[in-house]
Write a protein that binds this ligand. Structure first.
Ligand code: SF4
Ligand code: SF4
Length: 357
C-alpha cells in the first residue's frame, strides 16, 4: 500500500473508445450503410468492407449479479466480450462474425430476454427509481415499467409502429420522466399531512418554506412547538416540500395517483421540441400490474399506430390531427383538468428569493 492518499479523479466520464468493439474502433467515422435484417438486429457495413452485427435486447433494467453474470457469459461466448447499454437501458452485444449472430440470439432468448427495440418499435421504457437514489419518490416506477413492458412485449419485438416510441415513467411528480412520447408520472391529489411532532426535530423550516413553488407553506407554532402550516387553497400538491421535510407526508396509498402525458419534448421528428400535454389524470396507482395505466397506454399506442403517417412521432401526429381529434380517436374523457388556462404564473409562482404569503 502506498502512503500517498488517493484522490478521486474528477475528470468526467471515462473515454468510451476503450470499451468499443475493435471493428467499431477501426472503422470509426467510416461507415458506409446499415440495415436492420430483423427487429432487434442491426448490420453496419464499413467503407473498408468490415461489418459488425448488433443484437439489442430488453432487460429487467435493474440487474442483479445473477443476471449480469448470465449475460456477460453470453457476451464472452458470442460477442467477443463487448457489451453496450443504450440510453434507454437496452443491452446490445456486437459481433463481427456473421455466423455467431443466430446462436447469440438463441442464447439470449433462451436466457429469457426479448430481442427487439430497434426502428419503429416501442423501445425499453425508461424510468427513474427514486427509491434507490432520490428523496422524493411517490411510487415504484420500475414496477410500472415491468408491468407495462410485459403488456407491450409484442410492440418491443416487432417494428410495427409509425416511428419509434419512447415511454417514460417517473416516481415523483416534479422532476424526471417528462421526456417521452408517452410519460406516466405520479400525481398527488391531496396536500401533505404534517406530523407536527417531528417537524421541529427533522426540518429546516426556512428551506421548506422556500421550496414551495406557490408559497403555500408558512411557519407556525403548533402545540407550543415551531412547525409549519399549509394554505391548502394554494397548494398544487406537487410534493416539493417532502424531500426537505419528510414529516410533510404527501405519498398516500389512495390519493397518490398516476397521470399520463403525451407529446414530450423528444416526441417529434420534424418539428420543434414541445411540452407534453396531460391526457389522463387520476389514474389508479394500482400495483402490482397497474392495469388501468396499461390500458390507457395501449389505447394511445393503438390510435397512434392506426392513424399516424409513416415516420410521424407521437408529437408530430398530434400536432397534425389536433388535440380534439386525439381525444376523439383515443376516446379518453376530456375534463376541465386538461385545459391549460392558468395565467397566474408571473404573479404567484415563487420565482424569486422573496417569499410572498
Ligand atoms: S422522478 Fe422524482 S423521485 Fe424519481 S428520481 Fe426523479 S426526482 Fe427523484
Ligand atoms: S411544495 Fe407543493 S405540495 Fe408542498 S405545500 Fe407547496 S404546493 Fe403543496
Amino acid at each position: 500500500m502506498s502512503d500517498t492518499p488517493q484522490y478521486p479523479i474528477e475528470s468526467g466520464c471515462p473515454d468510451g473508445f476503450q470499451y468499443l468493439h475493435p471493428v467499431m474502433k477501426k472503422n470509426y467515422g467510416n461507415w458506409d450503410f446499415h440495415e436492420r435484417p430483423r427487429p432487434g438486429v442491426l448490420r453496419h457495413v464499413a467503407k473498408s468492407g468490415d461489418e459488425i452485427w448488433t443484437v439489442r435486447f430488453g432487460t429487467q433494467r435493474q440487474l442483479g449479479p445473477y443476471e449480469i453474470n448470465l449475460l456477460c457469459d453470453i457476451a464472452d461466448k458470442y460477442a467477443d466480450g463487448y457489451v453496450h447499454f443504450t440510453i434507454r437501458s437496452n443491452m446490445e452485444f456486437c459481433v463481427s462474425d456473421a455466423s455467431k449472430v443466430e446462436p447469440m440470439i438463441a442464447a439470449i432468448e433462451e436466457a429469457g430476454y426479448p430481442i427487439g427495440g430497434t426502428g419503429p418499435s416501442v423501445t425499453m421504457i425508461s424510468h427513474t427509481q427514486g427509491w434507490l437514489h432520490c428523496d422524493i419518490p411517490g411510487t415504484d416506477a420500475s414496477g410500472v415499467v415491468k408491468a407495462l413492458m410485459d403488456e407491450l412485449h409484442e410492440d418491443f419485438t416487432n417494428e410495427r409502429m409509425p416511428n419509434r416510441v419512447h415511454i417514460t415513467t417517473s416516481c415523483c411528480q416534479i422532476n424526471c420522466g417528462g421526456q417521452g412520447d408517452i410519460a406516466i408520472n405520479v400525481q398527488h391529489t391531496k396536500p401533505p399531512k404534517i406530523n407536527h411532532d417531528l417537524v421541529a426535530n427533522a426540518c429546516e423550516r426556512p428551506s421548506v418554506v422556500a421550496r414551495c413553488p406557490v408559497a403555500a407553506i408558512r411557519p407556525a407554532m403548533v402545540n407550543g412547538q415551531p412547525s409549519l402550516e399549509i394554505d391548502e387553497k394554494k397548494c398544487i400538491c406537487c410534493g416539493a416540500c417532502f424531500p426537505p421535510c419528510p414529516p410533510m407526508q404527501i405519498n398516500d396509498a389512495e390519493y397518490s395517483k398516476l397521470a399520463i402525458w403525451v407529446g414530450g419534448k423528444h416526441s417529434n421528428a420534424r418539428s420543434k421540441p414541445m411540452f407534453h400535454k396531460l391526457v389522463a389524470a387520476g389514474v389508479p396507482n394500482n400495483p402490482p400490474r397497474w392495469p388501468e395505466a396499461a390500458a390507457i397506454v395501449k389505447t394511445i399506442l393503438e390510435a397512434y399506430r392506426k392513424d399516424a403517417l409513416d415516420w410521424e412521432r407521437t408529437g408530430d401526429w398530434v400536432e397534425r390531427i389536433g388535440w380534439p381529434r386525439f381525444f376523439e380517436l383515443t376516446e379518453l374523457p376530456f375534463t376541465k383538468f386538461h385545459i391549460d388556462n392558468w395565467k397566474g404564473a408571473r404573479n404567484s409562482l415563487n420565482a424569486s428569493t422573496h417569499i410572498r404569503f
